[in-house]
Design a protein around this ligand. Structure first.
Ligand code: HSE
Length: 341
């Protein structure tokens, strides 16, 4: 499988690290033979139709700050759209940062991938939050797959759990702690008595927060995840403008300590239950959603199986790259089935 990787930050680099390590030779058991033929960052690209040497690319990126000076195949200044259009590959992996104003550059990258016949795996929530229904239609029209497991729950298979493990059941509602940064802030405030600002500063130092932390603390990031789950799991054709969201920016220590006295705790909960919203919510301390630190937890209530909660790490480079790997294997599986049918 030939892969173009666009966006070479923490997630993209983690993916190449995973792919370049021999302990994953078990991938061959799935008939999966990934070959990364192009990597694009802000300054240009590294291209090799025979497959890039990923350890070498990682070294060049760390030492020089860009892949565009990769020996034999570095192309300074070339843009992502030109690479996607002209380099032959089966899959485009898109990991540029989330932008909820207009979805760019992810939206154009994904659309160009579809139009040039490539399956797309993305971890970018912006294009999905803005245009989920339209992007699914465009993928169908071009007869390609769109996958995005890493957009919700990091490496925790939240979307697959609902879509594959609850197959045949009807999911009636979803409630979730969908943002690790805000959960970390609330936990630090509650457990250690830190102020909101102190806890946010720690979250930034630890690298949990988005480039623009208002994405986390104002509830925008979990609202994007609500859009993705509502569309993919519940079949609702909504976009970000249909989600009411409120963050934790103004939460006071007293509010948290009052809740503790009553055996409760305040969490930023995203929900799809009639309407779609994100807001600080009091939960009973023994509610399975009450995870602490950067964990995410999502509770599904389905018609027959009842209540199930999936818990795991909701962020991180290697974790999110593991979701990309699953998506690529899923596409590989679909391609193989198509050949057999
Ligand atoms: N900033 C996000 C979080 C990263 O804290 O959950 C994963 O989407």
């Amino acid at each position: 499988m030939r892969i173009i990787l666009v966006g070479y930050g923490v997630v993209g680099q983690s993916l190449t690290y995973i792919l370049s390590h021999s302990r994953l030779s078990n991938l061959k058991e799935y008939g999966f033979n990934p070959r990364v033929v192009a990597i694009v960052d802000r300054k240009g690209a590294a291209i090799d139709s025979k497959g890039l040497n990923l350890r070498e690319v990682l070294r060049v990126k760390k030492e020089k700050g860009t892949v565009s000076v990769y020996p034999r195949g570095g192309k300074p200044g070339i843009g992502s759209l030109e690479v996607i259009e002209t380099v032959e590959a089966e899959v485009l992996v898109e990991t540029t940062p989330t932008n909820i104003e207009n979805g760019e550059p992810g939206l154009s990258n994904i659309k160009t991938g579809f139009k040039s016949g490539k399956h797309v795996v993305t971890t970018n929530k912006g294009p999905l939050a803005i245009a989920f229904p339209a992007l699914c239609e465009l993928a169908d029209y071009n007869k390609v797959n769109l996958r995005f497991s890493g957009t919700v729950g990091g490496g925790t298979p939240v979307l697959e759990f609902a879509k594959k493990c609850l197959l045949g059941d009807k999911i009636n509602s979803i409630h979730g702690i969908l943002n690790g940064t805000t959960n970390y802030i609330l936990s630090e405030m509650e457990d250690k008595g830190l102020s909101f600002q102190q806890a946010l500063d720690r979250a930034k130092q630890l690298g949990y927060a988005e480039t623009d932390p208002s994405m986390d603390i104002d509830g925008i990031d979990p609202a994007c995840k609500v859009v993705i789950m509502a569309n993919w799991i519940m079949g609702k054709k909504i976009t970000l403008k249909d989600v009411k969201f409120k963050g934790i920016r103004n939460i006071a220590l007293e509010t948290l300590s009052e809740a503790t006295k009553r055996g409760k705790t305040v969490k930023l909960v995203g929900s799809i239950d009639g309407d779609c919203k994100v807001e600080p919510t009091e939960l009973h301390r023994y509610d399975p959603l009450c995870v602490s630190g950067v964990l995410n937890a999502v509770k599904f209530v389905s018609e027959f199986a009842g209540e199930e909660t999936i818990i795991g790490r909701g962020a991180g480079g290697k974790e999110t790259a593991s979701a990309i790997l699953r998506d690529m294997l899923d596409i590989r599986h679909n391609l193989a089935n198509k050949l057999l049918s």
